[in-house]
Design a protein around this ligand. Structure first.
Ligand code: DGY
Length: 323
């Protein structure tokens, strides 16, 4: 009899197809997140789970799932999973690094450029007919934004994604600063990146890009005190996790001009609505789509499947988190 895997969302077919060769596969086909009660019920007789960042996988889930041996998270981040509890119970947890690095780094740059050059505001201006109504074809002071080429970028979190963002910054002739738990001498050499304590990085950067995982240490790491260190012309980009930034402090910073703008792909709760923040013109917003390309999402589906198949064959899953 094939072991059972329950997948909490419809992932690309390539992964499901691979899994079907080795597992009995059940997929939650709903557009919305699976209701918690139903998730607990489905976990009860599953040997393996494929979960999304939107599912809380905690003690309650593990207590409910006597057969569960492995959770393959369809994401590189795994702050939605209680790793300590899983490890205590001998349950493997895997994630999906590498396959989404370039897509996510590209998106950090999409937000950076769109915010610096006021693309969304400009798009609305054209689309709404306001341009035509005003009747001004071209004006030297229309929609002035911030220069990017040759400026200083500060990357907070210098793992795979942070480094990929830095590689792109080289093409923009930028000075690259980074902050991370450990120094990366090789990358410093390769990219000419300079390590800075967080406070210094915030003071010196024209663009601050957050690429850290969410942990106890990074929760509200960007708070009022730190936002006040940034330049009034600086732009903050968050492609990490919403809870890395104290949103109320950010709203204050944007309204009172302590910083110039923000590009946000992630929010403290998701889905999110924040009337005050969403009214501001100097923010560009996206609904957590950093890795949303066909290639990345298919790569993630394949990696999830490869992890589960390796586990079933008695091998160490290639991207095991809790070794
Ligand atoms: C991740 O991989 O952690 C993203 O946030 C979801 O794709």
């Amino acid at each position: 009899m094939k072991p059972k895997v329950f997948i909490t969302r419809n992932i690309p077919e390539n992964g499901i197809k691979l899994l079907r060769e080795h597992f009995e596969v059940e997929v939650w086909e709903g557009e919305h997140e699976i209701p918690r009660e139903l998730f607990l019920e489905k976990a009860r007789d599953a040997d393996a789970l494929v979960t999304m960042v939107s599912e809380r996988v905690d003690k309650e889930v593990f207590e409910n799932a006597p057969r569960l041996r492995i959770v393959a998270n369809y994401a590189v981040g795994y702050d939605n999973i209680d790793i300590g509890e899983a490890t205590k119970r001998g349950i493997y947890v895997t994630n999906t690094p590498d396959v989404l690095t370039n897509a996510t780094a590209d998106f950090a740059w999409t937000l950076l450029l769109a915010t610096a050059r006021r693309l969304v505001e400009a798009d609305n201006f054209v689309r709404s007919g306001e341009w035509k109504r005003r009747g001004v074809a071209w004006h030297p002071l229309m929609f002035l934004g911030y220069d990017v080429y040759g400026k200083t970028i500060g990357i907070v979190g210098f793992g795979r994604i942070g480094q990929a963002i830095a590689r792109r910054a080289k093409g923009f002739g930028m000075r690259i600063l980074y902050n991370s738990r450990t120094r990366k001498p090789e990358v410093e050499k390769e990219l000419g990146a300079e390590f800075r304590p967080l406070e210094e990085l915030l003071r010196e950067s024209d663009f601050v890009v957050l690429a850290v995982p969410l942990t106890k240490e990074t929760y509200h790491m960007i708070n009022e005190e730190r936002l006040r260190l940034m330049k009034p012309t600086a732009i903050l980009v968050n492609i990490a996790r919403g809870k890395v930034v104290d949103t109320e402090a950010l709203v204050k910073a944007l309204k009172e001009g302590w910083i110039a703008g923000a590009g946000l792909d992630v929010f403290e709760e998701e889905p999110y609505y924040h009337e005050e923040l969403f009214k501001l013109k100097n923010v560009v917003l996206a609904p957590h789509i950093g890795s949303a390309t066909h290639g990345a999402r298919e790569g993630m589906a394949e990696l999830v499947a490869r992890n589960l198949i390796a586990f079933k064959n008695g091998e160490v899953p290639p991207t095991l988190v809790n070794r």
